[in-house]
Structures are given as C-alpha cells and as structure tokens.
Design a protein around this ligand. Structure first.
Ligand code: HXC
Length: 260
C-alpha cells in the first residue's frame, strides 16, 4: 500500500478511516508512523468529499505510546534543539473533526493522541494511562494540559505522578470519552464510522465552525469565547446552508446541504 505503518481507507466516500498498523510494537508512535499519519490527515483535509476522519488502532492497542526504543538515546541538544516530537502538534491543526476509536492500550503518547482528537469513543477493553513517570519523564504530547482541563487537577496529578492506568469506564465517568460502546470486535470502529457518517451529512461549514468554537473553550477566557461563538454563529447567516437548513425546517422537508 501507500504507507508502511498505517492504513488509510474510505469506508464511505465521506469518511477517511486511518488505522495505526504497527502490530509488532503495539502501534508505538515512531517518527515514521507519525509522519505517515500527518500525510494521511493532510490528504483527508483537502479531500472535498470527506467530512469526518476516524482514527483507530487494533483490538489490542490504540497505541502504546511514543516509540521508547527510538527515543531512549536522544540527547538534550537534539531533543530541544530539533524540537523532538514537535510534528505531533500538526494533528490539532486539522479543521475536519477527528474521532478516536480506542480499543486496548492507549498509553503515554497513545493517550495523548486520543486526547488530541475531537471525540473519543472507547471499547470496554480500552486501557488509558500516562506511564511516562516510570520512564523518568513526563507527558510531552499535551497529556498534562488536556487531561487537567478535561478530568480535573487531582485526577491528572495522580495519574501523572503514579503512572497508573485507568479503564474505559473511569474515562467515561470523568468525561474524557464521550461513551463506551458495546463489547464485540470492531464495535468501536463501527460506532465511530456511523457517527462520522452523521457528521459528514451535516453542512461542512457549520461543522467546521462547531469544532472551532468548542476548541475555543479550551483556549479563551469565557467572555472572549462567548463573543467568538456569537460572531461565528452570526457569520453562518452568510451561508447557503443556513438558508437551506432553516427553509427545509419551515417546509417540513429534509435539507440538502451544498457546503456553501
Ligand atoms: C516501543 C514498544 C512500546 C513503546 C510496546 N512496545 N510499547 N516499543 N515503544 N512505547 C513493544 C515491546 O517492546 C514489544 O516488542 C512489543 O511491543 C509487545 O509489547 P510487550 O511489552 O511484549 O506486550 P505486553 O506484555 O502485552 O505489554 C503491553 C504494555 C507494554 C503494557 C503496553 O508494552 C508497555 O508497558 N509498553 C510501554 C508503555 C509506555 O510506557 N508508554 C509510554 C511511552 S513514553 P518486542 O520487540 O520485545 O516484541 C511516551 C511519551 C509521549 O509516550 C511523548 C509525546 C510527545
């Protein structure tokens, strides 16, 4: 295929499904893997048909973290000087929604990768954690920040300082995953693809705006966030999809969005 460490497919014309595929290393996120992931995401971003992206791993592992063997000998001047793992941040620049479908291990950078996505669906087998402390380091892919904002300080502190793993059920209770799906192989990917289809059927401009405003809640003070949301809401009145969506409601029919 096109890639060595991932599989990119389109289970539906409107969806890109990216499957991490380094089974021998439990999908450890090596640099070659991450560069391929960035390429596949960039391709999905410019594919006009695609309205939503699903990111998944295997039944056994979403991803067991950054590749420890690759990073173990890196020197400080290389890590800091060359912005080691700086390319991980590209995922958070993607404007189409990304759903993480998590089964098995999502540890360290694997947990952080899921947290970078917009929605997390978990299989009951999912096992999350930030075990970096066991390796003499700390999370480096946003885990400390995104977890603290999502599940609170005390839990984040405990997880970061002890390295203990946590279950799909805990993650759901804490609001980190939107839901835990039923048991059964492939169930979490099936659910994620169904959700992605639903999102893709909506007006793309409104979806993009929705993602932008929700993410603003993580970055802006409340007053500015509210103003940003109001302005973006108002701006959608310049789109054909707003006219079509509201006309269709009034005429008791289904809207046909043109993404303009
Ligand atoms: C490199 C890894 C790996 C990793 C697993 N493997 N995780 N290789 N980096 N993160 C490899 C193993 O070395 C082994 O290769 C093969 O995958 C199977 O793993 P086993 O350990 O034999 O499997 P198992 O006994 O089932 O244990 C699963 C596990 C364990 C509990 C997930 O593999 C584990 O603890 N992995 C490391 C988890 C971790 O610490 N992650 C955080 C990394 S730091 P061989 O060749 O022996 O068969 C990080 C920083 C992020 O992520 C910073 C982001 C910017």
């Amino acid at each position: 295929g096109q890639y060595e460490n991932i599989i990119a497919s389109k289970p539906d014309p409107t969806i890109t499904l990216i499957t991490l595929n380094r089974p021998k290393a439990l999908n450890a996120l090596s640099s070659p893997l991450f560069h391929e992931l960035n390429s596949a995401l960039a391709a999905a971003e410019v594919d006009d048909e695609v309205g939503c992206i699903v990111l998944t791993g295997s039944e056994k592992a979403f991803a067991a973290g950054a590749d420890i063997k690759e990073m173990k000998d890196i020197k400080y001047h290389e890590a800091y000087g060359k912005d080691f793992l700086g390319h991980w941040a590209q995922l958070s620049k993607i404007r189409k929604p990304i759903i993480a479908a998590v089964s098995g291990f999502a540890l360290g950078g694997g947990c952080e990768l899921a947290l970078m996505c917009d929605i997390i669906l978990a299989s009951p087998t999912a096992k999350f954690g930030q075990p970096e402390i066991n390796l003499g380091v700390i999370p480096g892919g946003g885990g400390s920040q995104r977890l603290a904002k999502t599940i609170g300080k005390s839990r984040t502190m405990e997880l970061t300082l002890t390295g203990r793993t946590f279950s799909a059920q805990e993650a759901e209770k804490w609001g980190m995953v939107s839901r835990v799906v039923g048991e059964g192989e492939g169930e979490v990917v099936k659910e994620a693809v169904e959700m992605a289809k639903l999102i893709s059927s909506r007006g793309k401009l409104a979806v993009q705006a929705g993602k932008e405003v929700v993410n603003a809640a993580f970055e802006l003070p409340l007053g500015e966030g509210l103003r940003f949301e109001r302005r973006l809401f108002q701006s959608l009145f310049a789109t054909n999809d707003q006219k079509e969506g509201m006309a269709a409601f009034a005429e008791k029919r289904k809207p046909t969005f043109t993404h303009t």
